[in-house]
Design a protein around this ligand. Structure first.
Ligand code: ZN
Length: 694
């Protein structure tokens, strides 16, 4: 029931950065490059890399191969990664630069904040201490679980665990903007309680999923045995955990359905929640987490809570206690002593993600410090790595993109004047955040030990939990960020109606102001256009400019919109990342719409900018026209290698299409691409059945 800062809170990311949902079996990374245990500075990624182009490929037949062919050949997946692309190149560089700051702060801090994050990082790096402690950090939590005498006491212990440690038991409790009145912050409970990446992992009956379940069972057995359970008890207990999670999975709403805001919103009174799920003592839970008294809350998926009620009724008290205990271990297993860390790596990184070797400790600790204290480390990081000029330049780019989207909406042949007026109003209400927060978070109440990293992680979980709880009933903080400054990503948040670009992404290969406009519009320009288009994709378009779920379309316009979305659904359904494995056009619809809209809007903005500068799209630099440079810069953002197994699972769970289709799927729908490369109608990248939404 981890507090759900990013769970009920809904945001459309540019990509899924933590591939916790990717999976691969028996995979050996296709690389003999040793991953770095010793920190070394990675090279800065290149913007517009002519050497990455495979000139033997025909851009009109397979643009992705043309634009990324040599990059993919020369960049096999490192041993400590399961996929490797341009985003990763930049993320690794940002991570190294952050590590330098953390390492300095751990040895010679100059400010109170540096002392805090330096201590957190130092505690994380102290593997000797982790090995000495073994499972000692868990014992007080186990004692609370062992003391449960009656099923009615489970809720109070769940509240204790949720507000103390990262767990993930049963459901996720959080605070979110009310989707019918986005000015309000309300409490919500949301389906959860699973360990595998998706409900399908529990429910699909095929040899592949069965094998994953078998390996998951072996993982549960291995960590329970580390807590001194016998082989026999651990085997029986693993059976209980799987049975409980499978029953919860059956009650969970499928991922694709959750794209519909209505499937996430069921406001009810606390008495109604009690009726729905009487087996869980809700009054004890809310009292235990010290939730502010409210009249109602959002019960995201009522069917899930019926399933939870049934699970508590059907399972023995002992089985339920094992479920709690396993989740307590699993929440921090990667940071306990070596045997726990190894077991966690074996299942989550190796089996599920196909990663050949453990990521170096300094990388993991840098990422963990960024997660826990992102707006503390970010303050120093942006001073060193994000010049004020970059923020100003970005503001100009965003303004150019906003204008282009407005013109695009006005020119749409299929939309009536009334709906256009509403769409314009939503666009005018867009807010933007660039680089880093105007106002940094206050970490003064976050206690850090330097001596016990698991305790520090618990403090972090408790700090986040209280931070969220503290929002209930207060005005929405429009300046709040959902990503830390060094993050290489971006997002649109429908209830906030804002677009967000952390400092981490505003660099090569996305952005370099010494380059020509075509290159920057093809990189960061398309990213901005992508995030803006999310306000008008299948999901975002259900929210108005104030961030409320409210229809603002005429029926006829909505039908025309749906017809265009259907074209995209069918198109992406036809793509096969691996022979026989198709993308899910409905799961990826929002991202595909954003990708396709982004490239058009950025193109329009580029044309306006070139016109203002007295330049032409046909001007040549280094042998490529500005039009070609735009598409090449765009395509090269998505150069990547991933394992076959990663592709299989991403096709099932990732709302983003893989790089190949983020490039080829988009250029084939945009006739300006075909013109730029002299393609003929009917060639694969200039087909007769192209789709267009925005
Ligand atoms: Zn997106």
């Amino acid at each position: 029931m981890r507090i759900a800062h990013s769970a009920p809170r809904l945001a459309c990311f540019l990509l899924l950065l933590t591939p916790g949902i990717v999976l691969a079996q028996n995979f050996v990374a296709a690389s003999d490059t040793p991953s770095s245990q010793t920190p070394t500075e990675p090279k800065a990624p290149k913007v517009f890399d002519a050497d990455a182009i495979d000139k033997t490929a025909n851009p009109c037949v397979d643009f992705y191969q043309y634009v990324c062919g040599n990059w993919r050949k020369n960049n096999p997946i490192p041993g400590d990664q399961s996929r490797w692309g341009r985003f990763n190149e930049l993320s690794e560089r940002n991570r190294y630069l952050l590590y330098v700051d953390l390492n300095k702060a751990a040895t010679s801090p100059h400010t109170a904040l540096q002392r805090k994050y330096g201590n957190f990082f130092a505690a994380c790096m102290n593997t000797d201490l982790a090995n000495q402690l073994g499972d000692k950090p868990l014992l007080p939590l186990f004692a609370r679980i062992d003391a449960i005498q009656d099923k009615k006491e489970i809720a109070a212990v769940a509240a204790y665990l949720d507000s103390k440690t990262p767990t993930g038991i049963f459901f996720r409790f959080g605070v979110e903007q009310d989707q019918k009145d986005s000015s309000k912050q309300i409490e919500s409970v949301y389906q959860g309680g699973l360990t595998l990446p998706d409900r399908d992992y529990y429910l699909e009956d095929n040899p592949h999923m069965q094998e994953i379940r078998d390996k998951y069972r072996a993982y549960i057995v291995s960590v329970l045995k580390l807590t001194d359970e016998t082989d026999e008890t651990a085997a029986a207990d693993a059976g209980h955990v799987l049975e409980i999670e499978t029953a919860l999975a059956k009650g969970a709403t499928p991922r694709v359905e959750l794209r519909d805001p209505d499937k996430r919103y069921h406001v009810m009174t606390f008495a109604e929640l009690d009726q729905l799920d009487p087996g869980f003592n809700w009054a004890a839970y809310f009292a235990g987490v010290k939730a502010p008294k409210q009249d109602t809350l959002n019960v995201g998926q009522p069917d899930f809570f019926k399933a939870e009620n049934q699970v508590i009724a059907d399972q023995s008290l002992e089985a339920l206690k094992v479920y709690l205990k396993f989740h307590v271990i699993n929440g921090v297993a990667a940071w306990l002593s070596q045997p726990y860390e190894d077991a966690s790596f074996e299942f989550f990184q190796k089996t599920l993600q196909g990663q050949a070797e453990q990521t170096a400790r300094w990388k993991r600790c840098t990422a963990a410090t960024d997660r826990a204290l992102g707006e503390a480390v970010g303050q120093d990081w942006v001073k060193e790595n994000f010049p004020p000029q970059a923020k100003q330049n970005m503001e100009q780019l965003v303004a150019a993109l906003k204008k282009a989207l407005g013109e695009d909406i006005q020119a749409l042949p299929w939309m009536s004047a009334d709906t256009k007026t509403e769409a314009e109003a939503k666009l005018a209400a867009f807010r933007q955040k660039i680089g880093y927060p105007d106002k940094w978070r206050d970490y003064s109440k976050f206690r850090v030990t330097r001596t016990d990293f698991v305790e520090d992680l618990d403090h972090s979980a408790a700090f986040e939990f209280n931070y969220e709880l503290n929002k209930v009933g207060k005005p929405v903080d429009e300046k709040e960020w959902g990503m830390t400054p060094p993050t290489v990503n971006a997002y649109y948040d429908p209830p906030m109606n804002d677009i967000n670009f952390p400092a981490g992404i505003l660099q090569p290969p996305f952005y370099d102001f010494s380059k020509d406009p075509a290159v920057n519009f093809g990189g960061i320009g398309v990213v901005i256009g992508h995030e803006m288009t999310h306000g008008f994709d299948d999901e975002g378009s259900k929210y108005d400019g104030q961030g409320n779920v409210k229809p603002w379309w005429t029926d006829a316009d909505h039908a025309a919109f749906q017809k265009r979305l259907d074209c995209e659904i069918n198109e992406y359904n036809s793509f096969e990342p691996v022979p026989g494995v198709h993308l899910n056009g409905k799961l990826t619809l929002g991202e595909n719409t954003a990708d396709n809209g982004g490239i058009r809007i950025a193109w329009q903005a580029l044309l306006s900018t070139l016109a203002q500068q007295g330049k032409s799209i046909d001007d040549k630099i280094d042998g490529y026209s500005e039009a070609q440079r735009y598409f090449i810069a765009f395509g090269q953002i998505w150069c990547e290698n991933r394992t076959e197994q990663v592709s299989r699972v991403a096709a099932k769970t990732d709302p983003h299409s893989p790089g190949m289709f983020r490039v080829n799927g988009v250029v084939r729908n945009f006739d300006e691409f075909g013109k730029a490369f002299g393609c003929h109608q009917g060639q694969p990248m200039m087909p007769d059945d192209a789709c267009r939404v925005w």
